[in-house]
Design a protein around this ligand. Structure first.
Ligand code: FRU
Length: 482
């Protein structure tokens, strides 16, 4: 039943990588290449994986299809950094080259214990019935473990869980392991879809990172999507949070505007008694392009999140596809919480990108004649009121005080995407990070975020207020490239 066609081992990768030299050169010329965000050299990137800091070095692995802009068979790409700002492109580290992951080394995470990094990921296997003309005959999602002493060299793959180890009432969609440690025990969360199409998170328990026993299933009372991808469980300031990406939520008012969502439940889990309480789900991001985030704790004790600046199964085509690449990752963001609400803020390290500085008020802003695609803008609002801020030609951030609606609106530069919204009583501050073809907009100390790709042509980079009734002070910085 197995299908080998799409597998790729390290040798095949290296051969093809050589052949791709001119394609890499071509992609580099694209003016939409980002200046301080991570992106694939060629091809496709999706979820960040295996995030960790080990012996000082930050490791970022990610879902990667280097030779296919539409993201077919996934490898784990790899980048490293010593300062979380400048990254070194490494060689991919995990290939779909075994019986357990031949249709993709899917998402997973890293867990550091003593001097070893343990990686857990989903080995994806699609079953094809060759006798009946290659009809798709289901899939297997295996839990695979590898370890490394340095983040670059890996042990053999160990197959820890397979379809028979999952609860009977589950479908074959069980993936994206992440580890949580509490009271000398390990808990592994896995995103899942039940047979009756209820999204949920399965929790396994273990004491040695190898032997995992099924413990419990977390879900909502009322149906909340058919599949929960990429779960992540962690504590922030004594509050537990469960991040996950539900698929299949209906679009309600201005909520859940994307095809799939990404957000969190404040949660309290009593592992011993296998009980839990979930509070309301909140979206982590309200922009057009955000999904599958993962967090890790760095050596300074910061909880850092990186998301995929993209979404699966979209019904429009990103214009970078015809230029040989698609998607990117967000800036690393530090998470804090207040009363169960997560705040996201770009890591302090990003400040090193700041070049020229202009400080002004909203009423004097247009006299500064600002332009550029690569900038940071901090707006401290003294009196909230209506405004329309043009971030570049055809891209606007607007607030309407009477309807309490913040809107990110795109014209041509949205390539088929028009508006995203947040309902907000008041706005106190806005931090905008703009890159050649990306925007990350943080509102009210990062308690709301809008992340989006945006595609402007040359000389459309005029930044101005079209309407400006609020009172605010603005700090504007041009940013350099990494
Ligand atoms: C989320 C996801 C994961 C899966 C991976 C495959 O974007 O679908 O659930 O492991 O991507 O690339």
């Amino acid at each position: 039943l197995l299908n080998k066609e799409l597998s790729m081992n390290q040798e095949e990768y290296q051969k093809k990588y050589q052949e791709y030299a001119s394609q890499r050169e071509k992609v580099k010329q694209d003016p939409w290449r980002l200046h301080y965000h991570l992106m694939p050299e060629t091809g496709w990137v999706n979820d960040p994986n295996g995030l960790c800091q080990f012996k000082g070095t930050y490791h970022i692995y990610y879902q990667y299809s280097p030779f296919d802009v539409e993201g077919q068979t996934k490898l784990w790409g790899h980048m490293t950094s010593s300062d979380l700002l400048h990254f070194k492109q490494g060689e991919p580290v995990l290939f779909p080259d075994s019986r357990v992951d031949e249709r993709g080394v899917y998402s997973g995470s890293a867990f550091i214990k003593d001097d070893t990094i343990h990686y857990f990921y989903t080995g994806n296997v699609k079953l094809i019935d060759k006798e009946y003309d290659y009809i798709y005959a289901g899939r297997e999602q295996n839990l695979v473990h590898v370890e490394s002493q340095d983040g670059y060299h890996f042990s053999d793959k160990e197959w820890l869980l397979n379809q028979n180890d999952y609860p009977q009432e589950m479908s074959c969609h069980i993936r994206d392991p992440k580890i949580y440690e509490k009271d000398n025990r390990y808990y592994m969360v896995l995103g899942a879809r039940s047979m009756d199409d209820q999204g949920c998170v399965l929790i396994y328990e273990g004491t040695d990172l190898k032997d995992w026993q099924y413990k419990m299933c977390i879900t909502t009372n009322e149906s909340f999507g058919y599949m929960w991808e990429c779960p992540d469980l962690f504590d922030l300031d004594h509050q537990q949070f469960l991040l996950t990406c539900p698929q299949g939520l209906p679009h309600v008012g201005y909520r859940y505007e994307n095809v799939y969502q990404s957000g969190y439940f404040p949660i309290e889990i009593d592992f011993k008694n296998q009980t839990y309480t979930l509070k309301d789900f909140r979206e982590l991001d309200y922009g057009f392009d955000f999904y599958a985030p993962q967090t890790f704790e760095d050596e300074q004790g910061r909880r850092i999140l990186i998301g995929w600046m993209g979404l699966p199964d979209i019904d429009y085509t990103n214009p970078t596809c015809e230029r040989g690449w698609q998607h990117a990752l967000t800036m690393p963001r530090v998470l804090t919480q207040q009363n169960g609400i997560i705040h996201q803020s770009p890591v302090e390290e990003m400040k090193a990108l700041r070049q020229s500085h202009t400080q002004t008020t909203v009423s004097n802003f247009n006299d500064c004649h600002l332009n550029g695609y690569v900038f940071e803008m901090r707006i401290a609002i003294q009196k909230s009121d209506d405004f329309i801020l043009q971030l570049r030609k055809g891209a606007y951030l607007k607030y309407d005080q009477s309807s309490k609606l913040l809107t990110l609106a795109f014209e041509e530069c949205g390539y088929g995407r028009d508006e995203r919204h947040i309902e907000l009583e008041t706005i106190n501050n806005i931090w905008i990070y703009s890159d050649t073809s990306a925007l990350e907009i943080y509102i009210n100390d990062g308690s709301y975020v809008l992340t989006s790709r945006v595609y402007s042509l040359e000389n459309e980079d005029n930044i101005q207020f079209i309407k400006s009734h609020m009172e605010a002070t603005i700090d504007f910085y041009k940013l350099s490239s990494i």
